[in-house]
Design a protein around this ligand. Structure first.
Ligand code: NAD
Length: 314
């Protein structure tokens, strides 16, 4: 019987909060937490397990890479997060060696698993995971801009006083400074933003779109500058991705996935709306993009591609 075994590599803020969110949603039969700081993983597993009386039955334990064998899904949150003022891209060189070490071992223990990468810079580290796992691309993806898309919807929701779940909007491209909003296809109740603004007369001043995108791009820095890390919204993003996978939902989420010529972009991971189910990524969706959106997406890809070329991958 399928147990929905999830291994979470890295039991830090993101890993442990994701485990909590997954456990609370009753999505896994078994969760294994692995961390180089073994005591931290043990403590988090104990703390989570002690909530057993309040959630669906789940086994949560700390372990080593050996214990991840036969996982259905491996979530990588291990690594070094950005310090205040440090960009995601600046921490790349610190995290690549960790991935070179763990990914081949994890892949060997769970040859049929899916990989979900959350560690930053997520697009590059997902590419690294793809390369070092030897897995087909559809089984290796990153959380990408799933979180940024939620941030975008939550800001639009506050702006227009409508439920975030009734807004169709995406942040695409790099999970980071070059990401962009797909204003051309953003819809509230089937209306474009200019149409929706017309209904609200005084709410859409000139330049408000740039201001909103700026807020999305700086959201993580705003939080990290104050508390040193982000954990809740990213954990809910992870939970949503897990739900889509184990429910074989064929949901549409902005995951970081391998481009193989889509939009003129090749051999780089970045986010576009993708169909995701139990088999992994089924398809990257070619949503309509305005001319400036397409060139911004291609610019985002070139930023990432340059980093891949410069990264110490061998
Ligand atoms: P953290 O420092 O709290 O946790 C990282 C954990 O990884 C630590 O416990 C550390 O001991 C562990 N680790 C390091 N090397 C390891 C190895 N070889 N094997 C196993 N564990 C190892 O950091 P955090 O706040 O949890 O952030 C984790 C990562 O997630 C960072 O890269 C951060 O930038 C990223 N992040 C991504 C998103 C997103 O949307 N993609 C959002 C928030 C954070």
């Amino acid at each position: 019987m399928k147990t929905n075994k999830i291994s979470i590599i890295g039991a830090g803020f993101v890993g442990s909060t994701s485990a909590f969110a997954i456990m609370d949603a009753g999505l896994a039969g078994e969760i294994v937490l692995v961390d180089v700081n073994a005591e931290k993983a043990i403590a988090e597993a104990m703390d989570l397990s002690q909530g057993a009386a309040f959630v669906k039955s789940v086994t949560i334990k700390a372990g080593t890479i050996e214990d991840t064998a036969d996982s259905d899904l491996i979530i990588i949150t291990a690594g070094i997060g950005p310090k205040p003022g440090e960009t995601r891209l600046e921490i790349l060189n610190k995290n690549i060696p960790i991935f070179k070490d763990i990914v081949p071992q994890l892949a060997a223990k769970s040859p049929d698993s899916l990989f979900l990468v959350v560690s930053n810079p997520v697009d590059i580290l997902t590419y690294v995971t793809y390369k070092y796992s030897g897995f087909p691309a559809h089984r290796v993806f990153g959380s990408g801009t799933v979180l940024d898309t939620s941030r975008f919807k939550s800001i639009l929701s506050q702006r227009f006083s409508v439920d975030a779940r009734n807004i169709h909007a995406y942040i695409i491209g790099e999970h980071g400074d070059s990401e962009l909003a797909t204003w051309e296809t953003t819809k509230i109740a089937g209306m474009s933003i200019p149409e929706f603004c017309d209904q609200l007369s005084d709410r859409c001043e000139l330049g408000f779109q740039d201001h909103i995108l700026d807020q999305v791009r700086h959201a993580a820095y705003e939080i990290i500058n104050r508390k040193g890390y982000t954990n809740y919204a990213v954990a809910l993003s992870v939970r949503r991705i897990v739900e889509a996978i184990f429910g074989n939902e064929h949901a549409i989420l902005t995951l970081s996935s391998l481009f193989t010529g889509e939009e003129g972009i090749k051999d780089v991971y970045l986010s576009m709306p993708c169909i995701i189910g139990s088999e992994g990524i089924r398809q990257i969706l070619p949503i309509p993009l305005g001319t400036s959106e397409l060139s911004a997406l291609q610019h985002s890809a070139s930023v990432l591609k340059k980093l891949i070329e410069e990264a110490p991958l061998d």
